[in-house]
Ligand binder design. Structure first.
Ligand code: IMP
Ligand code: MG
Length: 171
């Protein structure tokens, strides 16, 4: 039977996102930010984060795929591109989790093709111990160990995204 052990409670997550929002607002000031949400995992994080940012923002979505079950395939593909023209704009890529880094590395390189003015990365979770590609992350919520987590947008075969906490999936 699948079981979920709580790692970050709802209140802890909200407190962290509020802090991230304040940091981002301080860094960008009155400059407009295009928040690029990497679907599907980051949709709940984006929804909360955008409400804690006081700088002017607009929102767009991109979708990538590489995971099957609890393993990365390394073969990253863009399955949905941006709708906005982001040429000359400041992009803040909003991610649920960075694991090997393959997805993010590919996504950032792809986003540069749209000729933005800048790209920064904000991830809720960082599984640094699993990293295979070196990446500079600008805003990080929590660093976690090598555990497979679900909830708050993160899924296991499309399940558990709706949980308001983050927990380890015990199979
Ligand atoms: P990477 O390419 O290995 O960095 O994988 C990043 C993507 O894999 C994330 O955007 C998630 O969709 C997924 N992923 C990685 N680790 C987990 C996890 O612990 N739970 C759920 N999804 C994960
Ligand atoms: Mg993802």
């Amino acid at each position: 039977m699948e079981k979920i052990e709580v790692i970050f409670k709802k209140e802890e997550i909200q407190k962290k996102i509020k802090e991230l929002g304040a940091l981002i607002s301080k860094d960008y000031g009155d400059e407009e930010i295009v928040l690029v949400c990497n679907l599907k995992g980051a949709f709940i994080f984006l929804a909360d984060l955008c409400r804690y940012i006081t700088s002017p923002t607009s929102i767009d979505f991109i979708a990538t795929t590489s995971y099957k079950g609890t393993e990365t395939t390394g073969d990253v593909r863009i399955i949905k591109d941006l709708k906005m023209d982001v040429k000359g704009k400041h992009l803040l890529l909003v991610e649920d989790i960075v694991d090997t880094g393959f997805t993010l590395d590919y996504t950032v390189k792809y986003l540069w093709l749209h000729k933005p003015k800048s790209i920064r990365i904000c991830t809720l979770l960082d599984k640094r111990c699993k990293r295979k590609v070196e990446l500079d992350l600008d805003y990080i919520g929590f660093e976690i160990e090598d555990r497979f987590v679900v909830g708050y947008g993160l899924d296991y075969n499309e399940r558990y995204r709706e949980l308001d906490y983050i927990g380890e999936l015990i199979l």
